[in-house]
Every structure is written in structure tokens, then in C-alpha cells.
Design a protein around this ligand. Structure first.
Ligand code: SF4
Length: 532
């Protein structure tokens, strides 16, 4: 076993060792492709960075939909801690469009609701919401006790629809479902597919249109992507779900192409829209200059229109000219530095491309809740077996809706794939990393310390729970979920902001003041024994 991997594992008890050893892989690229275990139950007491199913459903996927009211059904804690802590920005796109993102709605269940059931309180809450806000769509997100006491949130949603003529979805996304946020993504995808996508009839007005899937507009990332895509001339029908809305997502099946940013959280919808409506999807990455250019060119190749290809190149040239000087400057500051990235389910891959634009290498990386396909590529999906913890997550199947056809034949799609268009596929993170680098799934605090000791990265990107412990150890840490309240980091302009933030963190003068001067330089001058 390689030395670094050993360092992570050898202090574990036999049982923990047995569990963790397949979640930690040092890349070999031998005959056999590298394998990793993922999406399995976390070890109790190990200080995992993971969250829960409710966080994946309410916090990640449906929470950002600005014109929909999201009710947390349960005691107040889940609603309070997930209130405005994820920076999925949203603003009204037209006069009078509601924006409920700054609010947190909760049934605030008490002991009596646990004993006698919370459905009545939930329905009273919905009446109040309708009176005060009159939304067109309501999501009810269940927290841990709901499934245990047997509240039927789906029945409440159906009664709400009948009573008010709006769309209401009851989500059984109790925190203990599955093993992480990932279960919540899946549940949220199923609900959107069943009750929202396909409900609208407003067709796109432009010749070429896209949806951006799995983009949550953290720090304005989605806005920067939309700016570039619209500048080329595409129409953006909907964004799932950063600054997204019920009103746009219900028309999303009429767009020409789906662009998938976060594969983990939205691949279910991408696949189901392909099956039901024939909408192809392409795995894009708008994090990093090279990655953004590659994605834009892939989209243009997909539509195969010389005018569009020309316009794409013009926009790329204009955007590069605008940022090239800044990029050069930050590259001169960052070149040769190394990084670790441990984020949820997609950024640990995306940001490696952006760091490479600055001449930085990511030597250690991992995810909290990704599945094997996010690490190893979608081709291994048939080998993945659902374990007992994931079997209670509903799989829904859809079939082709009458009147919808595939845009391209299988043969044409094959040709496009050969031309480099990542159509209906994703290759995963491992293939983009180098031999000897370490990949850790469901990392914990102990492993973080060991990784830092073994690889000595110049900077560690992860979340709020790790940040201060890492910086206390003298290593620069930047939050890769919240962007340390900065951003956007996507696209061309975002890359410059990222370069600035990383350079600022590494070169801040405070690092030279960590050791007090009396520990590094002699303060008193004198002579011993009175001689001389
Ligand atoms: S695990 Fe349960 S109690 Fe905790 S945040 Fe998730 S739903 Fe709420």
C-alpha cells in the first residue's frame, strides 16, 4: 500500500479500516481502472462532512425556486439552520414576480403535533401561506419525525391542489433516508419530473434554446453562465434551479438541449427528459477558462450551424481579450501551487480545471456524497448495486410522450461523440487526475489532517465545518460551497474573481504573523558571565 494511503488508514480499528480502505484510493492507472466505494453509510462517530436527505431535497434542489413556497414540515431546527445559508441567489425577473428565497417557512412542530400528528397544522399553515402569498407552487419537505409518525404529506399536497388549483408536491425526504444529501436530490428530481416538467406550453422563441441543469447560482454563477450563453444567441428556457422558477421549469421540456453542470444532483432529470421528450443532454463545465471554451464549442457542434460556430468563436475571443491581463497576473502568483478539494458531489472535479488555468495542481480530492459514476464515469453504472440504505429511494420510470422525437439518430449521435461532444455521458473525476494523487470518498476530519500532513497542499478547499480547524493549523482554507461569500466563480469573469480570491488568501500578510516574533528572532542582546 502506498505510503500516503497507509498514513490515512493505519490508525483505524480493524472494522473501520475494513470499511474505509475502499473509500480511499491512490491513483494507479494500471491495467485495471481505479475503483472506489461510494454512496454507502457513513461510520458513526467518524465526523463526516455529510448532510441529510432533507438538505439535498429542500436545501439544494427545490429551495432555490424563487416563485415557489417551500415548507419545512417538522420542528424548527431544520428550517432555521437551512435558512439563507446556501447562497443560491435569486431576483425577480419581471415586475411582480414573487421571490420567496429569503424566507423560511416551517410548521414548527411541537410535542403535541408529534403525538397527535402534524397534518392539520400543515394544512392550516398552507391556508395561511395562500392568504398571505398566493404562490402558484408549494413544496412540502418532510424532516425526520414525519415518516416516523406517519403524516401523509402527499395526501396534503393533493388536497391543496384541489382546494386552491395550484401545484403542490409532498416530498418524503426525511433526513434519515439514504445515506447523504444525494437521496434528497433523487427524490426532488422525481417530484419535479412528475408534477412540474411538461406542464407548460410556452415554446422557446429563438432558433436554439437550452436549459441549464444542476446550476444553483451560488454567488451568481448561473447569471454569469446565462450572460455568456445569451451573448452567443441561445435562449435559456430554464435553470434547474438557481434563480429558477416553477413558471420556467414547467416549459423546460420544450427546449432543444439540456446542459448538465452538476451531474450528481440532476442526472435523473436529464435522463428522464431524454426518455420522455427526446431532449439530449451534454455534460458541460463552466468552471475554468479552458473548460468554458470547451463546453461552448461542444454546444455549437451539437447544433451544427456555421453561423453559430462563428458567433461562439467571436464571443470566446472577446471574453478572453477582456480577462487575459488579469489571468496572466494571477497565474504569475499561483503557478506551481498545489491544492486539495473536498466538496459535495461535483465541484471537486470542476474546480480542478480552473486551478489548472492558473498553473495549480489538485493532488488530493474527494466528494461527500458522490456515487461511483461521478468518480469513475457513467460506464460503470451497470456495475453499481443498490444497497439496503438506498433501496427505499423511489426510482420512477418514464416513457416517450406522443409528439416528441429524438433530434438526432443513433448514428449521428455516435459521430458527434467521436467529434468530442460529451453527449448523454460523463467521464467522472478520476480520469482527469494524475498518477499518485489521492481520492477520498466521504472524507472526515481525521483524514483531512492526515492528508494535509502527507501532501502539504498550499490551499485546501472545502466547507465551513473544516475551514477554521484547517486555518488554525496554518494552512489556507477557502470555502468551496459558499465561496467565502464571494463569487461568481463561473465563466470568464468568474475565473478572474476566483484567481483574485485565491491569491489574496495565499499572500495575506497574516500568515507571516502566525508565529510570534520572540519565537523566530532573538529579542534581547547581551553577554553571558560579564566577560568582555
Ligand atoms: S437529519 Fe433530520 S433533523 Fe437533521 S436537518 Fe435533516 S431532516 Fe432535519
Amino acid at each position: 500500500m502506498a505510503k500516503e494511503r497507509e498514513l490515512l488508514l493505519d490508525q483505524y480499528s480493524t472494522r473501520v479500516f475494513k470499511n474505509r480502505k475502499s473509500h480511499i484510493t491512490q491513483l494507479e492507472f494500471a491495467e485495471e481502472p481505479d475503483e472506489i466505494t461510494a454512496n454507502t453509510r457513513a461510520i458513526p462517530g467518524i465526523i463526516t462532512a455529510r448532510g441529510c436527505c432533507y438538505a439535498g431535497c429542500k436545501g439544494v434542489v427545490v429551495g432555490p425556486m424563487k416563485d415557489s413556497v417551500v415548507i419545512t414540515h417538522g420542528p424548527i431546527g431544520c428550517a432555521f439552520y437551512s435558512w439563507a445559508t446556501r447562497r443560491n441567489k435569486a431576483k425577480s425577473s419581471y415586475e411582480g414576480e414573487p421571490n420567496f428565497v429569503p424566507y423560511s417557512f416551517c410548521t414548527d412542530m411541537r410535542a403535541s403535533d408529534i403525538v397527535f400528528g402534524g397534518e392539520k397544522k400543515l394544512e392550516e399553515g398552507i391556508d395561511e401561506i395562500m392568504r398571505l402569498f398566493n404562490p402558484k407552487c408549494i413544496f412540502i419537505c418532510s424532516t425526520c419525525p414525519i415518516g416516523l409518525i406517519g403524516d401523509d404529506v402527499q395526501a396534503v399536497a393533493r388536497r391543496t391542489e384541489e382546494k386552491y388549483g395550484i401545484t403542490a408536491i409532498g416530498y418524503s425526504c426525511e433526513g434519515y433516508k439514504g445515506v447523504s444529501q444525494s437521496a434528497g436530490h433523487h427524490i426532488a428530481n422525481n417530484g419535479l419530473m412528475r408534477y412540474v416538467i411538461g406542464k407548460g406550453e410556452e415554446a422557446p422563441k429563438s432558433k436554439y434554446s437550452v436549459n441549464i441543469l444542476g446550476e444553483y447560482n451560488i454567488g451568481g454563477d448561473g447569471w454569469e453562465q446565462e450572460r455568456i450563453i445569451k451573448k452567443i444567441g441561445y435562449e435559456v428556457v430554464s435553470v434547474f434551479t438557481g434563480d429558477g422558477s416553477y413558471e420556467t421549469i414547467k416549459n423546460s421540456h420544450l427546449a432543444d438541449l439540456n446542459l448538465v453542470m452538476c451531474h450528481r444532483s440532476i442526472n435523473y432529470i436529464a435522463e428522464m427528459m431524454k426518455t420522455k421528450y427526446g431532449v439530449d443532454w451534454i455534460k458541460v463545465n463552466f468552471i475554468g477558462i479552458g473548460a468554458t471554451c470547451k463546453s461552448l464549442r461542444m454546444i455549437a457542434t451539437y447544433f451544427n450551424d456555421p453561423e453559430l460556430t462563428k458567433r461562439t468563436e467571436e464571443v470566446i475571443a472577446e471574453e478572453l481579450a477582456e480577462i487575459s491581463e488579469d489571468m496572466e497576473y494571477y497565474k504569475s502568483k499561483l503557478k506551481g501551487k498545489t491544492a486539495g478539494i473536498f466538496v459535495g458531489g461535483s465541484r471537486s472535479h470542476h474546480y480542478q480545471m480552473l486551478l489548472r488555468d492558473f498553473g495549480m495542481e489538485t493532488t488530493i480530492a474527494g466528494y461527500e456524497f458522490a456515487h461511483r459514476d461521478d468518480y469513475e464515469g457513467r460506464e460503470i453504472i451497470p456495475q453499481i448495486k443498490a444497497d439496503a440504505d438506498s433501496k427505499n429511494i423511489e426510482e420512477i420510470s418514464v416513457s416517450r410522450e406522443a409528439g416528441y422525437e429524438d433530434r438526432y439518430s443513433e448514428e449521428e449521435m455516435k459521430e458527434m461523440r467521436a467529434a468530442g461532444v460529451e453527449l448523454d455521458t460523463y467521464d467522472g473525476m478520476l480520469k482527469d487526475m494524475k498518477k499518485g494523487y489521492m481520492v477520498v470518498d466521504d472524507y472526515n476530519m481525521f483524514e483531512t489532517d492526515q492528508l494535509i500532513e502527507a501532501y502539504k497542499p498550499d490551499i485546501f478547499f472545502s466547507g465551513i465545518k473544516d475551514k477554521y480547524a484547517i486555518q488554525h493549523g496554518g494552512v489556507v482554507s477557502r470555502q468551496m460551497h459558499s465561496y467565502d461569500y464571494s463569487g461568481p466563480y463561473a465563466g470568464f469573469r468568474g475565473a478572474v474573481i476566483f484567481g483574485r480570491d485565491v491569491a489574496m488568501s495565499l499572500y495575506t500578510n497574516a500568515w507571516s504573523l502566525v508565529k510570534p516574533p520572540w519565537k523566530t528572532t532573538p529579542m534581547i542582546e547581551g553577554m553571558l558571565g560579564g566577560a568582555g
